[in-house]
Write a protein of this length. Sequence first.
Length: 322
Amino acid sequence: MGTNVRLAVVMDPIDHIKFAKDSTLAMLLAAQARGWSLSYLEPGDLRLRDGVAEGRARPLSVQADAQHWHTLGPPQVQPLGAFDVILMRKDPPFDTEFIYLTYILERAEDAGALVVNRPRGLRDMNEKVYTAWFPQCCAPTLVTRDMQEMAAFAHTHGKIVCKPLHSMGGHSIFVLEPGDKNSRVVFETLTADGSHFAMAQKYLPDIVVGGDSRVLLIDGEPVPYALSRIPDAGDNRGNLAAGATGVGRPLNERDRWLCREIGPVLSAAGMLFAGLDVIGGYVTEINVTSPTGIRELDRQFDLDIGRLLMEAIERRMSTRSR
């Protein structure tokens, strides 16, 4: 592909990332190592002008330095379609502002940029709800506004997990025991008194020992190790952002089966970097917005997942240019 690739990244403020854990930084370091030129944009830098996607892009260089990991140049407005690759790494919430970003990025895609992940897929594949396309891979799951239906689901399955559909990092996740007197207020909170959809899933006790495993997929193919996120003793959530401990492990045959079921569908939809959340052999979420886990797996198993992703991007660019 050569070294004249122009890559732009759309992300939350790079000043505020956690150097040791940030997967976007790992991607940028890998791209820069290939000789690609980097540009940086935050969501507020994007715009549509007469149907053309534009942005205030700043030249970016990155360093593997915990004290000074990036340098930015002066901004310049330019058409987003002029970039070869755009990494869309804006974190949830999945709200209307996020959807508007995907509209702008789709116009950049129409103008020739390879957007990773594809904007249409980002809109279509809500990380919680998209599990419904693979019921054979999932534990019993309910998405509803109806609080009585949630109560009936809890009665059927005993211990359940309830969560909103738009957030990340373990925010507003509740575990309800049978007969829990807080159940109704949890249902009221998550559904906004029956006006918003929310999710309930059967509780999977494997999370206590085996954790919530993140299985990374690069263009549909799994990285050979998963990051099991073991909840803190005083918490139910297997999220690193909520204090869980990340312990790597090799994929097992069940993980590989899940990847064979889901990976080709994601690849065909242009979702080049995704993460399956797996508890006890069941997928609980399909992460396509800004999956993490690269840095932890790289350190524990001497991998270079960012490089693998850039190679997949190169292959996809080569296919598109024929």
